[in-house]
Design a protein around this ligand. Structure first.
Ligand code: ADP
Ligand code: MG
Length: 582
């Protein structure tokens, strides 16, 4: 066997992890959740790989996790019969901050921010959480299919260094032994440990075994060897995939724990939707909306890490099965399980698949149903507000991308408006319509690069004067959004900065359509000779810079403002396009 090698954790990693586990997670028992979650993932991976290569089972198809303990050695062990790791995988994966971008993100935080539990608490420390309860951790593992002498022993006290060496390991999979610190010796009690294990494993699809809880020995002088071999194990969890169980049998807490398992998130989800379809196609969806936006939309969202897990008849097939949801719902996490697909499907095959398309349509409907329900929950308005703050900008893309559901998504939109003049986006289009002035037909909005710019736009003056609400759009995507949303419930959406205005509210309906007419009537009042001279001078001076210079009724206190022609590109979009280099 190879010599023992001493290696260092990547700079900062162990220091950061240590700070995280000691300052943030007061609930130490979550290390079991992390280790069981990893074991379950490893078994999922083995079962998937074995679809192509049955030899990986090495003649032993039993898939399970075993949690055991030794009161004398003061150790706790979690062992699985999953895929295992080779030497390279161990050094690459174990005791590092796995989540892409997390390390960079944390490294950028200032000292104050680093101790902010709220901020740090959203990053999981995964495997490393074992050091919350242990002074020393040993990990033995062997990759499925590799020879017995290619086992690996990894050992560390979590302080900055670890050792690795090649060992003999007859069985495939991973075994993690924690040498418990003094404060956590109570974990060595079967009853207590069992309670914790059950809490974090009831939603796991594979059996989790623990020693049978025997009565404490009353007789002395027992044969030591007989005692060793007498340890019997029993399954302590339900060991059926959570999503296959009926909703009424699943506790809220199980749904939450399952979410943390599939998403690798450390916080509870905001909401979820669980449903089974049993028609021509048979499938189950369990979809969650996280409570907060990932710290880095780009690495987490674009990489779609831990998005949707695809299962086929309870067998894990792949992570990040993005073809089951459109891009604008990329914040959704969870599981889809199909009875109709075959086990050996490729990503390419799924992209073009009829079954997938049908499942996707249903999944979108479920998510929109769930969001509508949340938006309608008037008893807990803060929940939808939280959702909107985190994912509103992403959902808005749906108005642009999803013709079929545009109307439904439009109802879910929230904006800030001159009604409250507050930056919080809490006005729905329906709210706006309800508050429209008598005779008002259109929904007015202004777009700008910031809330303050929108709020202080000179275009608003006349609207404020007349008491007409204007939506204050200041999100980058808003410009495209309104371009794809010409109307809401038969009310045209119009920019206060474009073309002519029609604010003659008392007038007959057809004033709306008589665009050319109204331009002359409302927009261009007779200019006096004096003013006409000024206009000529302005036109001369500005030359090619402008299309026209007109007298306007828009303004009540500002002397002038820029307006885009009704067919033209708005000035805000113009700015965005110019930034994008077009
Ligand atoms: P995460 O699970 O979010 O990736 P962890 O720190 O929990 O982060 O685990 C890091 C990596 O170590 C896993 O992604 C996996 O590749 C590997 N790993 C951890 N535990 C096991 C295990 N029991 N069997 C095989 N691989 C494991
Ligand atoms: Mg993990």
């Amino acid at each position: 066997s190879e010599k023992k090698q001493v290696r260092k954790f990547e700079a900062q990693t162990s220091q950061l992890l240590k700070m995280m586990i000691h300052s943030v997670y007061s609930n130490k028992e979550i290390f079991l959740r992390e280790l069981i979650s990893n074991a379950s993932d490893a078994i999922d991976k083995l079962r998937f790989a074995a679809i192509q290569d049955n030899d990986l089972y090495e003649g032993d198809t039993e898939l399970k996790v075993r949690v055991s303990f030794d009161p004398e050695a003061k150790t706790l062990t979690v062992a699985d019969t999953g895929i295992g790791m080779n030497l390279e995988e161990v050094t690459h994966n174990i005791g590092t901050i796995a989540q892409s971008g997390t390390r960079e993100f944390i490294a950028q935080l200032s000292g104050d921010q680093k101790s902010d539990a709220n901020l740090i608490g959203q990053f999981g420390v995964g495997f490393y959480s074992a050091f919350m309860v242990a002074d020393r951790v040993e990990l033995r593992t062997r990759r499925a299919g590799a020879p017995a002498n290619e086992g690996v022993l990894w050992e560390s006290d979590g302080e900055g260094e670890y050792t690795v060496e090649t060992i003999e390991k007859p069985t495939r999979g991973t075994e993690i032994t924690m040498f418990l610190n003094e404060e956590n010796l109570e974990l060595l009690e079967n009853y207590k440990l069992r309670q914790i294990v059950r809490k974090y494993s009831d939603h796991i699809s594979f059996p989790i075994e623990m020693p049978v809880d025997v009565e404490p020995e009353t007789e002395e002088g027992e044969d030591e060897e007989a005692k060793d071999t007498a340890v019997a194990y029993e399954t302590v969890n339900q060991a059926s995939a959570l999503w296959t169980r009926s909703q009424s049998d699943i506790e809220e807490e199980e749904y939450q724990e399952f979410y943390k398992h599939v998403s690798h998130d450390f916080e509870d989800p905001l909401i979820w939707t669980h449903s089974k379809v049993e028609g021509t196609l048979k499938f189950t969806t369990l979809l969650y909306v996280p409570a907060r936006r990932p710290f880095d939309m780009n690495t987490d969202f674009e990489g779609k890490r831990h998005g949707i897990k695809l299962y086929v008849r309870r067998v894990f097939i792949m992570d990040d099965a993005e073809m089951f949801l459109p891009r604008y719902l990329r914040f959704v996490r969870g599981v889809v399980d199909s009875d109709d697909l075959t086990l050996n499907v490729s990503r390419e095959f799924l992209q073009e698949n009829r079954v997938v398309r049908a499942m996707r349509k249903t999944a979108v409907k479920r998510v929109l149903d769930m969001l509508e329900e949340l938006a309608a929950d008037t008893e807990n308005p803060e929940k939808y507000a939280k959702f909107w703050e985190a994912f509103g900008p992403v959902l808005k893309e749906g108005v642009i991308e999803d013709d079929r559901n545009r109307g439904r998504i439009a109802k879910l939109l929230r904006f800030s408006s001159t009604h409250s003049d507050e930056p919080s986006a809490d006005v729905s289009l329906a709210d706006y319509v309800e508050r429209m002035k008598e005779g008002q037909k259109k929904i007015y909005y202004v777009t700008a690069e910031s809330f303050a710019a929108a709020k202080n736009s000179p275009h608003l003056e006349i609207f404020r004067d007349k008491g007409i609400e204007v939506l204050l759009l200041h999100d980058r995507v808003d410009e495209w959004l309104v371009g794809h949303l010409p109307e809401f419930e038969e009310h045209e959406l119009v920019s206060v900065a474009m073309g002519e205005l029609d604010l003659d509210l008392g007038k007959s309906e057809d004033a709306d359509d008589a665009d050319e007419e109204s331009e002359k009537k409302d927009e261009t009042p007779e200019a006096s000779e004096e003013i006409q001279a000024l206009i000529e001078r302005l036109k001369e001076t500005l030359g090619e810079e402008v299309q026209d210079v007109r007298v306007s009724r828009r303004l009540t206190s500002s002397p002038s403002c820029l307006v885009a022609g009704s067919q033209g590109v708005s000035s805000n979009l113009d700015r965005i396009l110019r930034q994008a280099g077009e």
